[in-house]
Design a protein around this ligand. Structure first.
Ligand code: IPE
Ligand code: IPE
Ligand code: MG
Length: 238
């Protein structure tokens, strides 16, 4: 019997977790785990696109991750910088359209420039829409959105009575993106850690014990198979 065709979620979000434990298991420094994780991110973008996923949003560095030891933060920032640099070169080959979500203002100026360049150079690409969350925290994102909305009300360009859900959504970093259909978190943790609190209202969650550097095509396919077993009701009766 022919294999039933899988419904591919349009938007997949991933909390890339478990780099440190992946390294520890191999008696390597945590930073080696981050390097392996960055490499895996390149692979998964390609896999996601080949599978027909339209939007991929990944959580790479949270507003809370600054609490980590300085040398670890420095290594992660260096890897992300290198990653963005490679992306500038490769995104156009695979038609990937890149966008950063999070508060860029705390990143160093060379990284900010790199991000703007990446967004600018890939803005007309029609392949995978790839969103990378760096210095992202959902509460911080909502706080920034509220500030913008308050400013518009103060200026007189927005009537408070006109603030509906779409106005709020359009002031978030993810403005214009559909909400994720599937959220994946690797490494066995089952929490959101401040990721996309507004956007995940009706998203299906999938948790796996696999550490991020080991999350490959097979694992992504497994997550999508599980997603296919879900019955999304969006509050409706069935
Ligand atoms: C995810 O891996 C990467 C970041 C949060 C930057 P971790 O570094 O959180 O790995 P674990 O959770 O300690 O194993
Ligand atoms: C969440 O992972 C943030 C990212 C993956 C970027 P953490 O490892 O920072 O989350 P907690 O501390 O386990 O909640
Ligand atoms: Mg972690």
């Amino acid at each position: 019997m022919a294999e039933k065709e899988l419904v591919i979620p349009k938007h997949v979000a991933i909390i890339l977790d478990g780099n440190g434990r992946w390294a520890k298991k191999r008696f390597l420094p945590r930073t080696a785990g981050h390097a392996a994780g960055a490499k895996n991110l390149e692979k998964i973008c390609k896999t996601a696109y080949e599978m027909g996923i339209e939007y991929l949003t990944v959580y790479a560095f949270s507003t809370e991750n600054w609490k980590r030891p300085q040398d670890e933060v420095d290594t992660i920032m260096k890897l992300l910088n290198d990653y963005l640099n490679t992306c500038v070169k490769t995104a156009n080959d695979n038609k990937m359209k890149c966008r950063l979500i999070g508060d860029m203002t705390r990143l160093d100026s060379s990284m900010q420039e790199r991000i703007l360049k990446l967004e600018e150079e890939t803005k007309n690409n029609t392949g995978l829409k790839f969103n990378i969350a760096i210095n992202y925290g959902s509460r911080d994102e909502i706080r920034r959105a509220v500030t913008k909305i308050a400013e518009e009300v103060k200026e007189g360009s927005l009537d408070p009575k006109a603030i509906d859900e779409s106005v709020i959504a359009n002031h978030l970093d993810t403005a214009g993106l559909p909400d994720p259909d599937l959220l994946i978190r690797t490494s066995g943790e089952e929490r959101l850690s401040n990721f996309l609190l507004w956007q995940l209202a009706y998203t299906e969650f999938y948790f796996t014990d696999v550490f991020w550097p080991d999350f490959d095509e097979k694992e992504l396919k497994l997550a999508i198979e599980k997603y296919n077993e879900r019955d999304r009701r969006f509050g409706n009766a069935k």
